[in-house]
Design a protein around this ligand. Structure first.
Ligand SMILES: NC(=O)c1ccc[n+]([C@@H]2O[C@H](COP(=O)([O-])OP(=O)(O)OC[C@H]3O[C@@H](n4cnc5c(N)ncnc54)[C@H](O)[C@@H]3O)[C@@H](O)[C@H]2O)c1
Ligand SMILES: [Zn+2]
Ligand SMILES: [Zn+2]
Length: 378
């Protein structure tokens, strides 16, 4: 590679400040340092967590940054000490690392890892160190990935090598939303065959949760969203019933209890709203109901009556669907290539990096499931 060892100048969508449109800028991407990999990003999805950081999180720190954490690309060059990757490898950046060595990585009960931004700077969702500069300023790498850039540099503990046959403009969605929702149902809730499930929020994360419930053998899957346009897609992924809370003048938990003889076996909150989290918990049946929080927010405390849990419900959270990232992502890519999971059906729009603000607008207005941006076309 002619670019190896040199600074690469390329295009990236820079978030200069919260609540402002992204700006396509020329940035400088430094060569990879020890244990790092420089990746040409071919395609990226746009996830609600990018919007959360930009519009909802209210963080003044964490800017300027390049957002994006649902990408796929090709290794351009590697830094000293990297033996797992070579230029030309197809890879997916991981927003949760898997170093294989820390006490979390060694424990099969969790997918947390002691390294990376999530362990150090949960507040601003980026490490202080970055390989990006723009107009003489350091630009942070959101979630350690920054896929809204033609090139990015990532520590090898946060990169997964995938099957060379994988179409990057599709499998990028395994970098976040699809693994997150699917795994929340299969790995975290551990949905059982014959069970009744409810999924709150039918973006890509919620639809992947519906797919996970179906994959695990759920008999009834109740899809809940305030936007009824989402129901048709939910049916494609296996939802059997559809509820719009706006159609009822009683609490949604009561509606679901009446539909299910006392509550669902599993509920998954895929919105990021503490009120919905409570509703999802209260929609579970006493005795054994399990409710999983998938939606992302650090803005408010949540609340529930202790009796909800005392009477036998379990409340859990799920990060990246409970998948150990480096192990799980290549397996999900393989499952897609083997036609065991759906993926194409999540993609409703294709755009270029230059159109990213239009993609953000579509998501804000609930008009897309996933927009895939082509970043550096192959
Ligand atoms: N835990 C994780 O590891 C993880 C990873 C990725 C995304 N997330 C989070 O998952 C959530 C969903 O992400 P997405 O990309 O699918 O978002 P999205 O914006 O595409 O979808 C959210 C859906 O929720 C619906 N909704 C809004 N208010 C509702 C309500 N009161 N009741 C029912 N439905 C409601 C919206 O209509 C929309 O269909 C976000 O909070 C995101 O930050 C978490
Ligand atoms: Zn995400
Ligand atoms: Zn680790």
């Amino acid at each position: 590679m002619a670019t190896a060892g040199k600074v690469i100048k390329c295009k990236a969508a820079v978030a200069w400040a919260p609540n402002k449109p992204l700006v396509i800028e020329e940035i400088e991407v430094a060569p990879p340092q020890a244990n790092e990999v420089r990746i040409k990003i071919v395609a990226t999805g746009l996830c609600h967590t990018d919007l959360y950081h930009l519009f909802e999180g209210m963080h003044k720190d964490g800017f300027p940054a390049v957002l994006g954490h649902e990408g796929a690309g090709i290794v351009e060059s590697v830094g000293p000490g990297v033996t797992e990757f070579q230029p030309g490898d197809k890879v997916i950046p991981l927003f949760i690392s898997q170093c294989q060595e820390c006490r979390f990585c060694k424990n099969p009960k969790t997918n947390q890892c002691d390294k990376g931004w999530a362990a150090e700077r949960y507040d601003v969702m980026a490490l202080d160190d970055s390989r990006f500069t723009c107009k003489g300023k350091k630009v942070l790498q959101f979630m350690g990935t920054s896929t809204f850039s033609e090139y990015t540099v990532i520590n090898q503990i946060a990169v997964a090598k995938i099957d060379p046959a994988a179409p990057l403009e599709k499998v990028c969605l395994f970098g976040c939303g699809v693994c997150t929702g699917f795994g929340a149902a299969v790995n975290t809730a551990k949905v059982e065959p014959g069970s009744t499930c409810a999924v709150f929020g039918l973006g890509a994360v919620g639809l992947a949760a519906v797919m996970g419930c179906k994959f695990a053998g759920a008999k009834r899957i109740i899809a809940v969203d305030v936007n009824p346009d989402k129901f048709e897609k939910a049916k494609v992924f296996g939802a059997t019933e559809f509820v719009n809370p706006k159609d009822h003048n009683k609490p949604i938990s009561q509606v679901l209890a009446e539909m299910t003889d006392g509550g669902v076996d599993y509920s998954l909150e895929c919105v990021g709203n503490v009120g919905v989290m409570r509703s999802a918990l209260e929609s579970c049946v006493a005795g054994w109901g399990v409710s999983v929080i998938v939606g992302w927010t650090d803005m408010h405390d949540f609340a529930a009556r202790p009796l909800q849990l005392i009477t036998g419900r379990t409340w859990k959270g799920s990060l990246f669907g409970g998948f150990k990232s480096k192990d799980g992502v290549p397996k999900m890519v393989k499952a897609y290539l083997d036609k065991k999971v759906k993926l194409d059906e999540f993609i409703t729009h294709h755009m270029t990096l230059a159109q990213i603000n239009d993609g953000i607008e579509l998501m804000k207005q609930g008009k897309c499931i996933r927009t895939v941006l082509s970043v550096s076309p192959q």
